[in-house]
Design a protein around this ligand. Structure first.
Ligand SMILES: C[S@@+](CC[C@H](N)C(=O)[O-])C[C@H]1O[C@@H](n2cnc3c(N)ncnc32)[C@H](O)[C@@H]1O
Length: 186
């Protein structure tokens, strides 16, 4: 099974119709579409990306499947997630997806980075509800990818988050899926 499918399965166990969730790296909108299907008919999908084209692709994809009413897009870095979404009291988030790296077929300079990714994860963990899940799919084949996945693992360890770590295969540079579960008492 591909890691993205595994991430979807784990999120499906948690996310229910009516819930709110975040696609922290909207890209071409595949993850937003998956999330919209889970929270339909009355949930919310917040999609963030540094590229307007990614948000346009995502909006178009959800519109084509009839989910436009569930989507809110935010242009900028996911490290500003708190500014986009407001405080924990206002949003009831159950899941967040971080599919790291660059937009396939797009500008490879516009790639996620250790600093903004870890800042975004810390802020997301704060606003996600107990029992919620954050999936982080790290690609380690491009320049900086391994450093970024190490930074994600470091913050998980430092914050004592409960994680599951699944490599795509046994090669050093294979993708790595990190699933962070927010304990019910956090
Ligand atoms: C691998 S793609 C995401 C794939 C996407 N989830 C999908 O379903 O098609 C990574 C995306 O992260 C975006 N990105 C890079 N840095 C970012 C940041 N600091 N905040 C939010 N998005 C960022 C890129 O523009 C790119 O669209």
């Amino acid at each position: 099974m591909r890691l993205v499918e595994l991430a979807n399965l784990k999120i499906q166990e948690v996310l229910k119709p009516g819930d709110s969730c975040i696609d922290a790296t909207a890209g071409n909108g595949h993850d937003s579409l998956f999330l919209a299907k889970q929270v339909s008919p009355n949930g919310k999908v917040y999609a963030i990306d540094v590229q307007e084209i990614a948000l346009a692709n995502t909006a178009q994809k959800l519109a084509a499947h009839g989910y436009s009413n569930l989507l809110s897009t935010f242009h900028g870095s996911h490290s500003q997630i708190d500014k986009f979404l407001g405080s924990k009291e206002e949003v009831c988030l159950m899941a967040a997806m971080f599919n790291l790296g660059y937009l396939p077929g797009g500008n490879r300079q516009l790639v996620t980075s250790p600093d903004s990714t870890t800042t975004a994860l810390a802020k997301t963990y704060k606003i996600i509800r107990p029992g919620g899940i954050i999936s982080v799919l790290c690609y380690r084949g491009h320049q900086g990818g391994t450093e970024e996945s190490n930074a994600v693992l470091e913050i998980c360890q430092k914050k004592k988050w409960q994680i599951e770590k699944i490599p795509g295969n046994d090669r050093d540079h294979s993708p790595l899926l990190i699933l962070i579960t927010k304990a019910r008492m956090d």
